[in-house]
Design a protein around this ligand. Structure first.
Ligand SMILES: NC(=O)c1ccc[n+]([C@@H]2O[C@H](COP(=O)([O-])OP(=O)(O)OC[C@H]3O[C@@H](n4cnc5c(N)ncnc54)[C@H](OP(=O)(O)O)[C@@H]3O)[C@@H](O)[C@H]2O)c1
Length: 324
């Protein structure tokens, strides 16, 4: 009988930053798959603020959240080791949602086979290219646009500006949490400009056509102030509010009307119609070096919660991936 480890939630984070004491790594017996099931050895899993939010009790928001005593889950990539379903074979590489454990055992329909050669690295299957791609599509970024991206060294933001450029944007500006990240975003991700938002946001922005926002609050307020008339703002997250647990504005909503701005919040899963185009374009951009995937890879399931806390504190750059 196989043995594997899984990470279980034992308490909800006190200050929205998880602590190693909030989880317990437990060794479990891993049974063989029943008919219709597949057993997968996990190789990499995603650490991201969106899934970490699930450590809180979100029942009031009707959002699925982690249950106390149960294993956590997250996007992951692994290799099929035993299959009791004709749809998948041992050796197949699959994407699924049963991260935070060495082995995933579930119905075959829960796993999606991926082409291991689609990207230069298997870790790239966990990147947030699809979020960035959909946001840039919804913002209708086109030639000559000036585009502002918040959290530009983060999982989504690091890719959004690069896709904006490929769509013809003439100027891409990123906000980040340190001078080192600003240098990375301009030198490696080829943004035209980047600044540390701790020293102020509004002075760095002007004449924006598009804002791709994942932070909200002060970033969104500054962007509204700097938008051209009829500018487009797309919002995939609100990190400032999520991190602090309280609203932060914007306080200038009248300007949205005065300038005829459009503000559009979106969820990736609401746009399956864009997935075929994403799959036709994005992996090729990555293979050909048109898009650089910013990521930090951390080793070991036992280090996952520390990696998650470090990510929320801004220690890491790009998408954080755990190697299992
Ligand atoms: N709508 C969707 O379908 C969808 C899909 C995926 C993700 N999301 C959401 O999109 C957002 C971004 O996701 P992500 O994975 O790319 O996360 P992320 O931006 O990589 O988040 C972590 C980073 O946020 C920055 N940060 C932390 N506190 C901040 C603050 N108060 N103000 C500004 N930046 C702060 C830190 O970087 P610095 O060092 O630069 O501060 C940190 O490294 C999240 O809210 C996530 O839930 C939405």
């Amino acid at each position: 009988m196989r043995r594997g480890r899984e990470m279980r939630l034992v308490s909800r984070p006190a200050q929205r930053i998880p602590d190693p004491g909030d989880v317990r790594l437990v060794e479990v017996t891993v049974p063989d798959p029943a008919p219709g099931q597949v057993l997968v050895r996990n190789m990499f899993m995603s650490i991201d603020p969106g899934s970490l939010l699930r450590m809180d009790d979100l029942s009031r928001l009707d959002i699925p959240h982690f249950e106390l005593g149960a294993p956590l889950w997250a996007d992951a990539v692994g290799e099929v080791v035993v299959s009791a379903d004709a749809a998948l074979r041992p050796g197949d590489v699959v994407w699924h949602r049963f991260g935070w454990r060495d082995y995933a055992l579930a119905d075959a329909a829960e796993f999606r086979r991926v082409d291991p050669a689609a990207y230069p690295s298997l870790t790239h299957h966990l990147c947030f290219g699809i979020v960035a791609y959909i946001g840039i599509e919804l913002a209708r970024v086109g030639p000559g646009d000036t585009v502002f991206v918040s959290s530009a060294a983060g999982g989504v933001g690091s890719i959004a500006g690069q896709i904006a450029r490929l769509r013809g944007a003439s100027r891409v500006i990123g906000a980040v949490g340190s001078p080192e990240k600003a240098a990375y975003v301009t030198e490696t991700l080829r943004y035209d400009a980047a600044f540390d938002y701790h020293a102020g946001i509004r002075p760095h922005l002007d004449e924006l056509d598009v804002c791709f926002d994942s932070v909200g609050g002060a970033h969104l307020e500054a962007a509204i102030d700097a938008m051209r008339p009829r500018g487009r703002i797309v919002m995939c997250g609100a990190t400032q509010e999520v991190r602090s647990g309280r609203p932060h504005g914007p306080r200038n909503m009248l300007a949205v009307i005065g300038k005829r701005l459009s503000l559009l919040g979106f969820y990736t899963f609401d746009h399956p119609e864009l997935v075929p185009r994403f799959e036709a374009e994005f992996p090729r951009w990555v293979r050909e070096g048109e898009v650089v995937i910013a990521q930090t890879v951390v080793d070991g399931l036992e280090n996952g919660i520390t990696a998650a806390a470090d990510q929320l504190r801004g220690v890491h750059t790009g998408k954080v991936v755990l190697r299992l």
